[in-house]
Design a protein around this ligand. Structure first.
Ligand SMILES: [Fe+2]
Length: 385
């Protein structure tokens, strides 16, 4: 591969990875000179006792905290507003997001409102955020979003039923505490769906038009790590496989955070906006179809993906080797028992609308092969039938 482009690589987030690092939270908050954390999470994590572990560490460090636990999957603008009001009432000076992308993206939105005012919808798009946001510590509890290191907050605009993206390096968390202890008892179905989100990040980040050498290095490493570990993480008690998935998801986040996502996410976000489909499931359903459309535009990279996913490609033509990447993802979806577009309740009469929404996604120009509304429609139809 040769590179002639200029590029920039930004990683504003300090990362601490390892068993037990989430329990270092009180010292980290004090180190930042802060004292009133607001925890942003969901009721499921509270019930599962995950939040308790971190709350206990805060209390042991002598910090008073408040918990906002009303974050839902595919978080809405109204939830960001409600969480912002909670932050104002408790006079929070630092945010602690515990959860998957929903918690972290909501916390990023709250951080934006705390430093800028207004409503989150005012900041849709790239670089509308102009000042540092309230300090945010991200503690991921799924193996998929990579939101702990990305510059994006994806929030559903309830009026438009549209997933809008708020993006700026200023939105990135100050610190990511990435602790394998927190994913050790994650339900297999969540590992499968969030793991497919992470794989989609790595593949899209690696193949999109904004890819550069550093994101390539992260992307192909993450693809291999995820492909090597996802089945074991889902079907066995192998805690190393789960830790590796958490790490793969983080590295995939570093990749696509600096390059971009592409066609799969354009379509998956349309699905999520219309049907509230879990994000990882939406990506898993669409990933092989979009790869089949894209692989001709980047034979070298798709052949590398096939190799990283363990496909035997020696002796194959470049084109056949590249196509094996598509086959590998179909096989992975089968092994993980991923649903189809019909299974999740998509309706044929909605496909036009879904294609329209996909074609206006902020990342549409990042797809390695040019794609417009008619192409997205054809891909939705292929996935549907
Ligand atoms: Fe994603």
């Amino acid at each position: 591969m040769s590179y002639t482009m200029n590029f920039e690589f930004v990683l504003p987030t300090k990362i601490k990875f390892g068993e037990g690092v989430s329990r270092e939270i009180a010292a980290e908050i004090k180190g930042l000179g802060k004292e009133r954390p607001l925890i942003l999470t969901d009721k499921g994590l509270l019930k599962a006792g995950v939040v308790d572990k971190i709350a206990a560490a805060l209390a042991a460090g002598g910090l008073q905290y408040t918990i906002f636990d009303e974050i839902e999957p595919n978080p809405r603008d109204l939830t960001v507003q409600k969480a912002y009001e909670a932050a104002t009432i408790c006079r929070a000076d630092i945010l602690v997001a515990i959860g998957g992308g929903s918690s972290m993206d909501t916390a990023k939105g709250v951080g934006v409102l705390m430093s800028h005012g207004g409503i989150i919808n005012d900041y849709e798009g790239l670089d509308k955020v102009t000042k540092p946001i309230c300090d945010l510590i991200a503690i991921p509890t799924t193996v998929g979003t990579g939101s702990e290191v990305t510059f994006w907050s994806v929030i559903t605009d309830t009026k438009r039923h549209f997933k809008m993206s708020v993006g700026s390096p200023l939105v990135a968390p100050k610190l990511a505490l990435v602790d394998p202890d927190l994913v050790a008892s994650l339900p297999p179905s969540i590992i499968a769906s969030t793991g497919m989100d992470a794989l989609t990040h790595a593949i899209e980040g690696y193949t999109c038009t904004l890819a550069e050498p550093i994101t390539d290095a992260c992307g192909i490493y993450a693809i291999k790590m995820i492909a090597d570990n996802l089945r074991n993480a889902v079907y066995t008690d192998d805690s190393q496989a789960k830790a590796n998935m958490l790490l793969g998801s983080l590295i995939a986040g570093i990749c696509f955070g600096n390059s971009d996502i592409a066609g799969v996410h354009c379509m998956a976000e349309a699905l999520g906006g219309l049907y509230d489909t879990p994000h990882g499931i939406a990506n898993a359903i669409l990933l092989p179809y979009v790869m089949e459309y894209n692989y001709v535009a980047s034979l070298d990279k798709f052949a590398e993906i096939a190799k990283a996913m363990g496909e035997p490609i020696d002796g194959l033509s470049k084109r056949d080797a590249a196509y094996r990447a598509v086959t590998a993802v179909h096989k992975l979806n089968q092994d993980l028992d991923m649903p189809t577009l019909k299974d999740i309740g998509a309706k044929e009469e909605d496909l036009q609308e879904l294609a329209q929404r996909s074609s206006v996604n902020v990342s549409v120009d990042s797809n390695p092969r040019k794609a417009g509304k008619s192409d997205f429609l054809a891909l939705f139809q292929k996935a549907y039938h």
